[in-house]
Design a protein. Structure first.
Length: 344
């Protein structure tokens, strides 16, 4: 059973499951989910908690002992198992499957770790635990989901949920919910009455938004120039190598060019998604980009990307992120084709 973090409280009201799987690369949602489970477990009489980490010195017998041993202090126990890689190996998979097939009503097992792929989710151990319990995926929030999350936290902190304040928090903390939580708590302490103006909030807050090159690519496909510039600024501040950004731009250009060429040959896009591994969640982004970008735009972009790629490998670019901004704006497309770059 899959339960999203924002639905966990509702699910817990119906009762605890014997197993919970919490995986993802968004730490704040993971921390909140684990905290909610601890509270619910304590209310249900699971008064003792064991925490285990699957590292180089871990033995799977430790988990078996934790799940089978009787406690002198509590009849019910909560066992938390951190699985950093999401892969328990053959021995661990066998033990987890066995535990899932014979759930102990006096043991609550919570397994958590980083982001996992379909290979892990299709494993027998994972599917068996999921069937008997709940899987809570914790992925980064964007768009409406991020706005809803921030607005909920603002209200629960006692601050007035002003749309401008919510937008400011989203802009300053996008991709970093831990920072958003900290900024909201800080504002609640600074303004205990709940009333905070936008100028006051701006002075009190730090821009702690975080992004990666894959988010940049999605923004370029969507044609959002302002967001693209902001992401580039953050990537530069975080020390991301320009070659990494260039690699992402070149790869995306190759996909767009191939799709555009196939379109011109009369091939429908629906028959190309699987070939280029473009999942349904991103197909709309590619359709929007292909409508904006002509073959001429893509050919001009190829020339610029090729020149930058060659120059950056020869360390001949004095201001790489300025040039990367130029290249990103060509994905909009903006009329910059005639603008010479520093290294041409």
């Amino acid at each position: 059973m899959q339960v999203y973090p924002n639905r966990l409280v509702e699910q817990l009201r119906k009762g605890l499951q014997p197993f919970y799987l919490i995986f993802g690369d968004e730490p704040q949602q993971k921390l909140e989910s684990i905290s909610l489970l601890r509270q619910a477990a304590q209310q249900a009489g699971f008064d003792e908690r064991h925490s285990l980490v699957v590292d180089s010195g871990f033995q799977w017998s430790q988990l078996l002992d934790a799940c089978q041993s009787l406690s002198l202090f509590s009849a019910r126990q909560m066992v938390e198992l951190e699985l950093p890689t999401g892969k328990p190996g053959a021995e661990g998979a066998k033990l987890l499957t066995s535990l899932a097939e014979s759930p102990n009503p006096d043991v609550l097992l919570v397994i958590h770790g980083g982001r996992i792929g379909k290979d892990v989710q299709s494993g027998k151990w994972f599917k068996t635990l999921d069937k008997q319990g709940a899987y809570i995926p914790c992925a980064p929030l964007e768009g409406r989901a991020l706005t809803t999350w921030v607005a909920d936290r603002v209200r629960s902190s006692g601050l007035q949920s002003d749309p401008q304040l919510v937008k400011l928090l989203c802009d300053y903390c996008e991709g970093n919910l831990l920072a958003a939580r900290q900024e909201i708590d800080k504002l609640a302490l600074l303004f205990p009455g709940g009333q905070v103006g936008i100028e006051q909030a701006e002075k009190a807050m730090l821009d702690q938004s975080r992004f990666n090159v894959f988010q940049l690519v999605d923004v370029l496909l969507a044609g959002d120039a302002d967001k693209a510039v902001k992401i580039l600024y953050r990537l530069e501040n975080e020390g991301v190598e320009p070659t990494v950004v260039c690699w992402a731009l070149v790869r995306e250009w190759q996909t767009l060019y191939a799709l555009k060429f196939a379109q011109q040959q009369g091939t429908p896009l629906n028959s190309l998604w699987n070939q280029y591994r473009i999942w349904s969640s991103r197909q709309g982004l590619y359709q929007a980009a292909l409508q904006r970008l002509s073959m001429q735009h893509l050919e001009q972009l190829q020339v610029k990307l090729s020149a930058f790629d060659q120059a950056i490998k020869q360390t001949a670019v004095p201001r790489p992120y300025v040039e990367l901004c130029h290249l990103c704006l060509l994905f909009m497309p903006m009329d910059l084709a005639a603008m010479e770059l520093d290294y041409l």
